[in-house]
Design a protein around this ligand. Sequence first.
Ligand SMILES: [Zn+2]
Length: 142
Amino acid sequence: MESACVFCDLIAGRQPASIVLEDELTFAIVDLRQFHPGHVLVMPRRHVNDVRDLDAATGAALMSALSRVTRAVGLAFPNDGLSLWHSIGPAAFQEVPHLHIHVHPRLPGDGFLRVYPGAPPGSDPATRDRYAALLRGQLVAR
Ligand SMILES: [Zn+2]
């Protein structure tokens, strides 16, 4: 049986993967790209597009696995810090529509992952309070 999702294929063992961790709810593999040694992807076993679709139990398991894997990457590979990221949708360059969090070692001056294309503008406290109120109104428990 062929799945439409490459990560579901890896999780099901239909394609080979270099597995770092797997348990009832989570799965972590070494990424194909190794800009610095130790680039790992941590994901839920269940197919969900992104973090918005997580139930609380899977979310808790995912964060626990992420913490363990990040500790291991930090110990096992040269780094002077680590970056974690999760992309959602085309504007964020999400490549596989199955939630995954990248764990990536960082080295000084590596030029990797510039978060802002330029210096971002600041914001005033009233604007931040307005945004916080807007977001509180959108919080939905799962
Ligand atoms: Zn999937």
